[in-house]
Design a protein around this ligand. Structure first.
Ligand code: AMP
Length: 284
């Protein structure tokens, strides 16, 4: 596996493959890799001849006071995990390499970005889309792979790629979970042992919604209430939002249907966690 920190050598390395009509898949990450990220790599390998994984903690998507500085950085471990999973190139630029040319020009998403995560983290998705656009321009992949865990990110990147005419296919991988159902996340490392125990309330809440939906309940308010009850019963868990939404624009629903997405965010101790489930899907 090649590890590169600069754009020009990365482009040179990839040009040789593009010349041979090899398909490139890009897996963007912020590192501290876990099995969720590695499952994205597995899917990427099945869709392309070579996989590029980016490891970059993107300052533009953090707000002042968020965890940009504390975010776990484990490049050596990431390199070993990525290499063992068959990644061809790990791209780990520093902030200057990515933003040294300036940050005046940004991607500004529309209304879909102002809901849910965007309401709590204003401009977060401007930062996400700006870095994804840059990575697409740097790597020029045929395929980009994202995780369902960050559902709003998936929706917004898909919209950007459509509206900006990127000739790139997106693949979305179902959320990889711990044995008790908690969605894997680099931020789970922040959880104190008691909080880790309480955090299983998130998947439990989504399971409660899924079960209620399966039993015929279609009122979004009733489904949301069921999730809230599970979260509020867990010590130290404070829900930020729980919403049944349409899967394309994430607008809130009054009546739920199959394929709708239940978006959930909660604070567990001092850690914010997000999760979601697609109603009617065989998962969680
Ligand atoms: P991050 O490093 O947290 O920015 O995540 C990088 C990519 O991995 C994003 O597309 C995430 O949605 C995806 N991802 C993170 N956690 C999981 C998980 N538990 N299951 C599936 N994909 C995930």
């Amino acid at each position: 596996m090649l590890t590169l920190t600069q754009i020009a050598p990365l482009r040179d390395a990839l040009a040789a493959h593009t010349h041979l009509h090899k398909r490139i898949a890009l897996v963007p990450t912020m590192g501290a890799l876990h099995e969720g990220h590695l499952r994205l790599v597995d899917v990427a390998r099945g869709l392309a001849d070579l996989v590029v994984i980016s490891v970059f903690v993107n300052p533009l998507q953090f707000r002042p006071g968020e965890d940009f500085t504390a975010y776990p950085r484990r490049l050596e471990q990431d390199r070993a995990l990525a290499a063992a999973r068959g990644v061809a190139v790990l791209f780990a630029p520093d902030v200057d390499e990515m933003y040294g040319s300036g940050t005046e020009t940004r991607v500004v998403p529309g209304d879909t970005a102002s809901r849910w995560e965007g309401a709590i983290r204003p401009q977060h998705f401007d930062g996400v889309l700006t870095v994804v656009a840059k990575l697409l321009n740097i790597v020029s992949p045929q395929v980009i792979v994202f995780g369902q865990k960050d559902f709003q990110q998936v929706v917004l990147v898909r919209q950007m790629m459509l509206e900006f005419h990127y000739p790139v296919t997106m693949s979305v991988v179902p959320t990889v979970r711990e044995p008790d159902g908690l969605a894997m996340s680099s931020r789970n490392a922040y959880l104190a042992p008691g909080d880790r125990q309480a955090a299983r309330a998130l998947p439990d809440a989504l399971r409660a919604v899924q079960d209620l939906f399966a039993s015929g309940e279609r009122s979004a308010a009733a489904l949301q209430r069921a999730a809230r009850d599970v979260l509020e019963a867990a010590p130290g868990v404070a829900p930020d939002y729980i919403a049944v939404t349409d899967p394309t624009h994430l607008a809130p629903r009054e009546t739920a249907g199959p394929g709708d997405v239940v978006m959930l965010a909660a604070r567990v101790g001092s850690t914010r966690l997000i999760d979601n489930v697609i109603l009617g899907a065989a998962q969680i």
